[in-house]
Design a binder for this molecule. Structure first.
Ligand code: PGA
Length: 236
C-alpha cells in the first residue's frame, strides 16, 4: 500500500522540516509513504527524512534538462536534490496551468529518463462523468502516459476524479474500483486513488482489489490524520 501526501502550496522550508522530523516518530502501519512538498521545501524534507523509509517527491517536473524555461524545474535538478520522483499531470496543473496530455507525456518521459519515479494523475470532471465520458477521458489520458513510458517499473498512476478533489465528495469504493480496473486494463501498473481520502474512508477504499494506495491532499497536512489514514489503509 503506497500513500503519497500531496502538500500542494502549503508548508515552506521551516514548517516542512519540523513536520518531517515529527513524521519520523509516527507509525504508518507498514505503508510505503511519500511526501510531496512544494519545490522550495524539497531540500528541507530530504534532509529531515534522511535515513528513513519515507520518500520525498516533487509536485511537477519539466521535460527539458535545462534551458530558458522560467519558473520550471528539471528532472536532473530534482535527482541531484535526492528526491525519489515527481507527481505529473495533477488536475490542478491541467485545469489551472494549461497542462495537456502532450505536456504531461513529455514530463513523464523526462522523469523516467532521469531515474525519477512518476505518479501520473488522470481523472474525469463532473461534466465528463455526467455526460457518460469517464471511460473515454481515462482512456485518452492513460494512453498518452503509456505511450511515453514503455518501461513501467517506476510508474504509478493516480486516479483522481476532479469532482472529488478538495470537495469532501469521495468516490464510492465501488465507483473507484471500476475506474481503477479500467485504467489497469489499459496500463497494468499500480493505481492510487485520490480525492478527499480521509482516515474515515481509507480502509474501505484500500479494501478494493485494484486500489493500490492513495494520493492524499488535505488530510496529509496534519500529522495525526495522515498517520491514522495510513494505518487504516494498511489494515484493510
Ligand atoms: P484532497 O486532494 O485529498 O484534498 O482531495 C487530493 C489531490 O489533489 O491529490
Amino acid at each position: 500500500m503506497l500513500i503519497a501526501g500531496n502538500w500542494k502550496m502549503y508548508k515552506g522550508p521551516v514548517e516542512a522540516a519540523a513536520f518531517c522530523r515529527a513524521l519520523r516518530e509516527l507509525d504508518f502501519g507498514g505503508c510505503d509513504v511519500v511526501v510531496c512538498p512544494p519545490f522550495v521545501s524539497l531540500a528541507a524534507a530530504v534532509a529531515a527524512l534522511a535515513g528513513t523509509e519515507i520518500a520525498v517527491a516533487a509536485q511537477n517536473v519539466h521535460w527539458a534538462t535545462e534551458g530558458a524555461f522560467t519558473g520550471e524545474v528539471s528532472a536532473p535538478m530534482l535527482h541531484e536534490l535526492g528526491v525519489y520522483g515527481a507527481i505529473v499531470g495533477h488536475s490542478e496543473r491541467r485545469q489551472l496551468f494549461g497542462e495537456t496530455d502532450e505536456t504531461v507525456a513529455r514530463r513523464v518521459r523526462a522523469a523516467l529518463d532521469h531515474h525519477l519515479g512518476v505518479i501520473a494523475c488522470v481523472g474525469e470532471t463532473d461534466a465528463e462523468r455526467e455526460a457518460g465520458e469517464t471511460e473515454a477521458v481515462l482512456t485518452r489520458q492513460v494512453e498518452a502516459i503509456a505511450a511515453a513510458a514503455p518501461e513501467r517499473d517506476e510508474l504509478v498512476i493516480a486516479y483522481e476524479p476532479v469532482w472529488a478533489i478538495g470537495t469532501g465528495k469521495t468516490a464510492t469504493p465501488e465507483l473507484a474500483q471500476e475506474a481503477h480496473a479500467w485504467i489497469k486494463s489499459l496500463l497494468p501498473v499500480p493505481v492510487l486513488y485520490g480525492g478527499s481520502v480521509k482516515p474515515e474512508n481509507a480502509a474501505a477504499l484500500a479494501a478494493q482489489p485494484d486500489i493500490d494506495g492513495a494520493l492524499v491532499g488535505g488530510a496529509s497536512l496534519e500529522l495525526e490524520s495522515f498517520a491514522s489514514l495510513c494505518r487504516e489503509a494498511a489494515g484493510a
